[in-house]
Design a protein around this ligand. Structure first.
Ligand code: AMP
Ligand code: GLY
Length: 422
């Protein structure tokens, strides 16, 4: 079959790597792709956030299956436009993508279906929001929603920080929408579940490292490294997450006439064996996808196809009892300002161990040279019988990459490795 993959990050390189290995894939086309994806796929330049453009391209180029990587095309309705032309598509409708696009929507779904999550209140008025913070006290969590979404999340350990975050959000204009949540204690994990509108298939657990620097310090980033599986996701916690959070949410979405079809990224906080929902995303995590794909390989395509076709009930995954870990090499300065165009040498050589894969994120080819072209640039990823073995493989590959502008964490996996030795 001819497969079109949308996106250009490390997540999409990992998806391309798994998809291209499956004999069902005759031709892989990526839009827009990156230098790593270009070795596996034909890259085309398309406006992937424009539903009509993507649907017309797929219809006119004999595309049998479209895999949508990032959230922006999903929220824009690209999956809807493709399905309207009867093109098999992996990814939820724009209506179902509200689970990521709107924090208020997700909270309302949780209220309706009883999924455990932090208690919350929604505000469009600064004075009322500040009064609420003063009444609740700290720690407390302030989240921008709606038009202010770019401004993100503040986990405020004291009232002053919470009030300052509100000040900042409400100075943006009259349209600010803010969700204020109770602070959840515990350890975070990401749980990925394929949903075909009726049935589900869990497709792995992972833990991300969101802070820029070692010891979970520094600013929040898109993610600096991940490993899979997440030891905190014991069979009991996984069962609770499915029974109390995932299944009720999917039933509520279906009852509203907007069934969820795609991968549901369930961001959990686990405290004393009880999972609570922190957030949903409507796509694979980046870099969590890299560790999941390395562990799954070619069968990932069969699972994505079953998800799109509605045949997950007949699908199983064969998991090796192994571990995978990925370290993100970012450009110095990320997530703040950073340079583009610096040269990376030795990436091919570093990946010559069959248990190591280097997934590209912000890279481009210029003649024979590989250049950095973004904030997060490479994902050095490896498998091992143990997490410690996977990690040793990753860091020895990192040491073989010659890129003077790299910034990366040296402690990815610390939490799981610490609990191993407890
Ligand atoms: P979100 O964008 O909702 O995923 O929030 C980003 C990050 O903020 C999460 O990954 C958590 O680390 C943290 N966070 C969000 N909500 C809460 C909460 N209610 N309690 C504690 N930490 C939170
Ligand atoms: N790694 C976090 C995310 O993909 O949202």
């Amino acid at each position: 079959m001819n497969i079109l993959l949308l996106g250009s990050g490390g997540r999409e390189h990992a998806l391309a790597w798994a998809i291209a290995q499956n004999p069902k894939c005759d031709r892989l086309i990526a839009a827009p792709g990156n230098a790593g994806i270009a070795a596996l796929a034909d890259c085309v330049d398309l406006d992937i956030e424009d539903p009509a453009t993507v649907a017309a391209y797929a219809a006119h180029n004999g595309i049998d299956f479209v895999v949508i990587g990032p959230e922006a095309p999903l929220a824009a309705g690209v999956a809807d436009a493709l399905r309207a032309r009867d093109i098999l598509t992996f990814g939820p409708s724009a209506a179902a993508a509200q689970l990521e696009a709107s924090k208020t929507f997700t909270k309302q779904i949780c209220d309706a279906c009883g999924a455990p999550t932090a208690s919350y209140a929604h505000f469009t008025d600064a004075a009322a929001a500040k009064a609420y913070v003063l009444a609740q006290g700290a720690p407390i969590v302030i989240k921008a929603d709606g038009l202010a979404a770019g401004k993100g999340v503040t986990v405020a350990m004291d009232v002053q920080t919470a009030l300052a975050a509100l000040e900042d959000l409400f100075t943006g204009g009259d349209d600010a929408e803010v969700v204020i949540e109770a602070f959840l204690q515990g350890e975070e994990a990401s749980f990925f579940v394929l949903c075909d509108g009726t049935d589900i298939l869990p497709i792995g657990t992972a833990q991300d490292h969101k802070r820029a620097f070692d010891g979970d310090t520094g600013p929040n980033t898109g993610g600096m490294g991940a490993y899979s599986p997440a030891p905190i996701m014991t069979p009991e916690v996984t069962q609770k997450a499915l029974d109390q959070i995932v299944r009720p949410t999917l039933a509520e979405m279906a009852a509203r006439g907007t069934p969820y079809q795609g991968v549901l990224y369930v961001g959990l906080m686990i405290d004393d064996g009880q999972p609570r929902l922190v957030e949903y995303n409507v796509r694979f995590g980046d870099p969590e996808c890299q560790v999941l794909m390395l562990r799954l390989g070619a069968q990932a395509l069969d699972a994505l196809l079953a998800c799109a076709r509605g045949t997950l009930a007949e699908t199983t995954l064969n998991w090796a009892p192994d571990h995978a870990l990925t370290v993100v090499l970012a450009a110095k300065g990320y997530p703040g300002p950073y340079a583009k165009g610096t040269e990376i040498r030795g990436a091919d050589h570093a990946a010559n161990d069959p248990l190591v894969q280097i997934f590209h994120a912000g890279t481009k080819n210029e003649g024979p040279r590989l250049l950095a072209n973004g904030g997060r640039v490479l994902n050095v990823t490896a498998r091992g019988d143990t997490l410690a073995e996977a990690r040793a493989r990753v860091y020895s590959a990192v040491a073989r990459i010659d890129w003077g502008d790299a910034q990366f964490r040296t402690d990815i996996g610390w939490r799981a490795l610490k609990s191993d030795s407890d």
